[in-house]
Write a protein that binds this ligand. Structure first.
Ligand code: PMT
Length: 233
């Protein structure tokens, strides 16, 4: 059986971590390797989609046929994503975006202050990129929006909350506390939740542990199935 074709679709995918500067030599970040997002980009391009990868700093080669925009911070990722939003059919937010950034990154390297054992950093909230894209009015070009949820407990509860609160069409929830899956691993396991054609978030599928390329193909099959259904209704 041939997998569903994605030719004619424009897809933007965020991948990897963001890096939030503290000073010119230090930053806040996380353990995302970019493997899951890059696997999705590769699978979508292989099926003929026009794919743009908005990538945080990772050590991976750009998949063949994919356009890559490199960013560092959440603010840069937000700008790139919003610039593309009206030109795409599908937006997939696989990046592990920092929820907060340092309010005022220091211009020069921070020095230890003699006699002070504590340093306090003030953090401010970053824009929620995927919620921004999902909030676009249909008239100004709102793509089909797929988020990810990285959780360490109560996977389905938190994922359902993100699906509804961020007004996503689909969410791919992974339990990143499990050994051998999630951040950095070559494998992943996920619970997919998505909306019916009538908008109710009633659809659910468990994807057992598998390689990230295999999971990317399975996620893409479900996304393309949903788009086909929307087209028919
Ligand atoms: O990169 P790998 O090593 O392969 O690991 C893959 C992964 C574990 C990073 C990936 O599968 C994953 O779960 N990505 C989402 C990580 C995350 O930040 O989850 P979250 O639950 O904090 O965010 C929920 C959703 O909101 C995500 O789609 C995220 O991209 C988005 N978000 C979050 C914060 C923010 N400021 N802007 C956003 O767009």
């Amino acid at each position: 059986l041939r997998p569903p074709d994605a030719s004619g679709l424009k897809i933007a995918i965020t991948a990897g971590p963001t890096l939030e500067p503290i000073d010119p030599v230090r930053y806040l970040s996380n353990h995302s390797s970019g493997k899951m997002g890059y696997a999705l980009a590769s699978a979508a391009a292989e099926r003929g989609a026009d794919v743009t990868l908005i990538s945080g700093p990772v050590n991976l080669d750009t998949p063949p046929g994919v356009t890559r925009i490199d960013v560092n911070s959440a603010l840069e990722m937000s700008e790139a994503a919003n610039r593309l939003a009206e030109h795409i059919d599908v937006f997939i937010g696989c990046a592990a975006v920092a929820d907060y950034r340092v309010a005022q990154a220091a211009e020069h390297k921070l020095k230890k202050t003699p006699g002070r054992d504590e340093l306090t950093l003030t953090l401010v909230k970053n824009p929620d990129i995927i919620a921004e894209i999902a909030a676009r009015p249909p008239a100004s070009g709102r793509p089909y929006v797929v988020g990810f949820a990285a959780e360490t407990r109560d996977l389905e509860t938190y994922a359902r909350d993100k699906l509804t609160r961020k007004k996503l069409d689909m969410i791919v929830a992974n339990d990143v506390s499990q050994d051998g899956v999630g951040f950095g691993s070559d494998h992943n396991a996920a619970l997919l939740l998505w909306r019916d054609a009538d908008g109710s978030p009633s659809q659910r599928r468990e994807l057992p542990t598998q390689t990230k390329p295999a999971m990317a193909a399975a996620i893409l099959d479900i996304i393309l199935g949903c788009l086909a259904k929307r087209h028919d209704t």
